[in-house]
Design a protein around this ligand. Structure first.
Ligand code: NAP
Length: 484
């Protein structure tokens, strides 16, 4: 595989081509766009083995995990192809001219969503397929009608080049405009692209400092642009008194599997578990067998992890509940820390922080009402989990508080594993994301890369297909206030 066409340091040329490609792409028919996305998925499938082998060598992730993630990646592309064909993402609305409109005569108005323009996507380190070069942001941006400049993550450079080469070739074979997708590498190149006035949006998955820095760049441009950053989350899980009494072993097992999976390098890892002070769950977790560790994604993530683990475990309000033999080693074995819910609230800044790796903190409470107090005290989260019984009197109040804080609330399930569906929400108030009204997973992710435009008084021949009276391609529209 060659990467000749995918890497260049000439940012000006790359952005120029992405800009021209956007104009052609956003006006291509929906059928054409869907077929191009399917072509990319097929091309990736044809290179599956080689790509997974490179990913394994560069990320230390297990083959089974990478294989599942690979499937998710091509699934996403195909799902977005279906979304394009179905057409409701355009949210097409037609209001015919009406001299009797109650607020005064109205003109003929027709509104649709179009691609926002060329965008920059920052690949994540921890999902080298599904949140990287061919990941959800690329799929949703292309589906929306945007062109994509992809800033590779330095954690898997060869995989990024190989994946980009497959995409570029598949796009060319499908007749997509040149420059529709380009890979760039290097922090400075990423910044240059983000500052370029032709770029109209950015998206990102990674750390709070990194995402915040880039969000600030996007907003301090002469023309500020939307920046969809998915940053950090602790994903607290709340166990009620009743659930702890009935299902202690099940909850301990589920939690252990969820926080240690992929060596804890997952943005939805349940980082804090709140349990009653006398809960059997604590005893179950104390007996955990944490002998096996797994090498982490890269040195930067490993050193970030050990630094935060050191800070947490040396805090005066924290004790070690269970730990493997080599918690700080190259392949760190998991660690479970313990504190009280009161300390978690009092020392929130030091204790309630993302520890990106196989560590979690247990917060013991003495009164269930403290759960609501805690939920009200925390920052925005991607997820919050309630492990309870339906008749628990605390649950409605707790869920009400969590609705204000989290993008996804789970009932008796664990937050790792984020399905790609129409109803998925992967987002949340800051610092979980910089754009809480959007999602980065699921088909609703397409709306991030669109911009509405209304046409007033236009003749049929000058309107986009979805707004003419009899469109060539079927879709659901709101016509004079009614879905049609
Ligand atoms: P990161 O450090 O935020 O980097 C992500 C991307 O942003 C990289 O391409 C990086 O470029 C770029 N970047 C970061 N800071 C920048 C700045 N100030 N200016 C310009 N570009 C910048 O994330 P990471 O390397 O993936 O992991 C570091 C930590 O992020 C982890 O330890 C973890 O805490 C967190 N993380 C969170 C999630 C999540 O989903 N919430 C996912 C992954 C990681 P360069 O690589 O070129 O420097």
């Amino acid at each position: 595989m060659s990467n000749q066409n995918t890497f260049s340091t000439d940012v000006d040329t790359i952005v120029g081509k992405a800009d021209a490609a956007y104009r052609a792409w956003s006006r291509a028919s929906r059928n054409e766009r869907a077929s191009v996305l399917r072509n990319v998925a097929d091309a990736l499938d044809s290179q599956k083995e080689a790509l997974i082998a490179t990913a394994q060598a560069e990320t230390n992730l297990a083959a089974a995990r990478l294989s599942g993630e690979f499937f998710r990646t091509t699934f996403q592309l195909r799902v977005f192809a279906d979304v394009i064909e179905e057409g409701s993402f355009l949210d097409a609305r037609i209001d015919h001219q009406d001299p009797d409109w109650p607020m005064g005569a109205r003109p003929d108005l027709r509104r649709t969503n179009q691609g926002v323009g060329p965008v920059i996507v920052y690949a994540a380190s921890n999902f080298p397929f599904a949140f990287s070069v061919a990941g959800g942001d690329t799929a949703s941006a292309l589906a929306a009608g945007a062109s994509v400049i992809l800033k590779a993550h330095a954690g898997h450079p060869e995989l990024s080049r190989q994946t980009a080469a497959v995409i570029v070739q598949a796009l060319a074979e499908a007749g997509a405009p040149e420059g529709l997708f380009t890979l760039i590498e290097g922090r400075e190149e990423g910044l240059q692209v983000l500052r370029d006035p032709r770029i109209k949006a950015g998206s990102f998955t990674g750390s709070i400092p990194g995402g915040r820095a880039l969000f600030d760049v996007a907003n301090s441009r002469d023309e500020p642009i939307p920046f969809f950053g998915e940053l950090g989350s602790i994903n607290p899980s709340f166990v009620t008194q009743a659930a702890s009494g009935i299902r202690a072993v099940e909850i301990a097992d589920g939690f252990r599997a969820s926080f240690t999976g992929s060596s804890g390098q997952i943005c939805t890892k349940p980082g804090v578990l709140l349990v009653p002070r006398d809960s059997q769950i604590i005893e179950e977790l104390r007996e955990s067998d944490f002998t096996d560790g797994q090498q982490m994604l890269n040195d930067r993530i490993h050193s970030g992890y050990t630094e935060v683990l050191n800070e947490l475990s040396t805090h005066p309000a924290v004790t070690v509940l269970a730990q493997g033999s080599d918690p700080l080693g190259n392949a760190p074995s998991p660690t479970l820390l313990m504190t009280s819910l009161d300390s978690l609230i009092e020392s929130r800044d030091e204790l309630f922080k993302e520890c990106f790796g196989p560590t979690a903190l247990i917060g013991a409470y003495s009164n269930e009402h403290e759960l609501v107090r805690f939920a009200e005290a925390i920052d925005g989260q991607l997820t919050a989990t309630v492990l309870g019984e339906e008749q628990d009197s605390i649950v409605p109040e707790l869920v009400d508080a969590l609705r204000e804080k989290a993008g996804r609330i789970l009932w008796n399930q664990w937050p790792t594993g984020v399905s790609v569906t129409d109803a998925q929400q992967h987002g949340g108030p800051y610092p979980a994301t910089t754009a809480p009204s959007t999602t980065s997973v699921g088909t609703a992710a397409i709306y991030r890369f669109q911009r509405p435009v209304a046409f007033q008084g236009f003749p049929q021949g000058l309107l986009p297909d979805e707004l003419v009276d009899t469109p060539h391609q079927d879709l659901t529209r709101r016509v004079n206030g009614k879905l049609a």
